[in-house]
Design a protein around this ligand. Structure first.
Ligand code: ATP
Length: 248
């Protein structure tokens, strides 16, 4: 097997309890500095793939039953999620899990502590987050439970950025948000990619939109890769459009 210097997923299977085989041999790679889209219908295996990469399957009573994941050439099987965060891989879970009683700023700061930074470094990081998400600066003192869905999505991405990642795994960032807010969030993701060199693996059902921003895409179906290619290739394929994007 050849290992890339960044993320390489080689023929993984994932087994949940009650013998549910959710992934049936998925291979994919994320090149450094790229945005990769993970597409597919409900239940295709997108979330499971992200959790396999960030080693969050144990909390779901699932495990990698076959295959290998390598990060910078290192097999990740024995690492725990915090080890991966320390190595630059962070996952933003589906569903915008904020601490509702804490303010926007407190939620952001909670992401910084994993690195045990100095007070000064934490303040610098916070300023960087606010430069990317000016809306969060305006809302910094507001309790998160009182903010909009779009703002909460920005908070969870911003909180992940406090760990100074090089790869962000993002699960359904557009879910339940108005199109104009989704575009704002995707524009920020693209800026983080272009200006800061951060790579993204994005699980999304909104294929139309994500393929405008991604470099490369994988379409999952029933735990397998049904199609893959550059985002432009995928967007232009009639079969993909018809069967997976619902647009032909
Ligand atoms: P969605 O958009 O609905 O999250 P998805 O593409 O992310 O879909 P997964 O959530 O990864 O798909 O689910 C893949 C398969 O694994 C599905 O058949 C699902 O029912 C099953 N599955 C997911 N989580 C668990 C779990 N904790 N225990 C058992 N089976 C699970």
């Amino acid at each position: 097997m050849t290992t890339s210097q960044f993320l390489e997923v080689d023929n993984i299977e994932v087994l949940y309890s009650q013998a549910i085989l959710a992934l049936r041999g998925i291979s994919l790679r994320v090149e450094k500095g790229s945005i990769v889209a993970l597409l597919g219908a409900n239940g295709a295996g997108k979330t499971t793939t992200l959790k396999a990469i960030s080693n969050l399957l144990a909390s779901e009573r699932g495990h990698l039953s076959r295959g290998t994941i390598t990060w910078h050439g290192e097999v990740t099987r024995k690492l725990d999620p915090a080890d991966l965060v320390a190595r630059g891989v962070v996952q933003v879970l589906e569903g915008r899990h904020v601490f509702p009683q804490l303010t926007v700023e407190e939620n952001l700061l909670s992401g910084g502590f994993v690195r045990r930074p100095s007070r000064r470094a934490l303040a610098d990081d916070l300023e960087r987050i606010y430069s990317w998400f000016p809306r969060l600066k305006q809302r910094s003192g507001v309790r998160c439970g009182l903010t909009s869905g779009g703002e909460q999505q920005m908070v969870v991405i911003g909180r992940a950025m406090m760990t100074r990642p090089t790869l962000v795994l993002l699960d359904e960032p557009s879910m339940g948000l108005a199109p104009i807010i989704v575009e704002e969030i995707f524009r920020i993701i693209r800026d983080l990619n272009r200006n800061e060199g951060i790579s993204f693996l994005l699980a999304e059902q909104n294929a139309h939109l994500v393929l405008q921003f991604a470099d490369h895409g994988y379409v999952l179906e029933n735990g397998r890769v049904a199609a893959s290619g550059s985002a432009a290739e995928l967007a232009g394929r009639d079969d993909v459009a018809e069967f997976y994007l619902g647009t032909a």
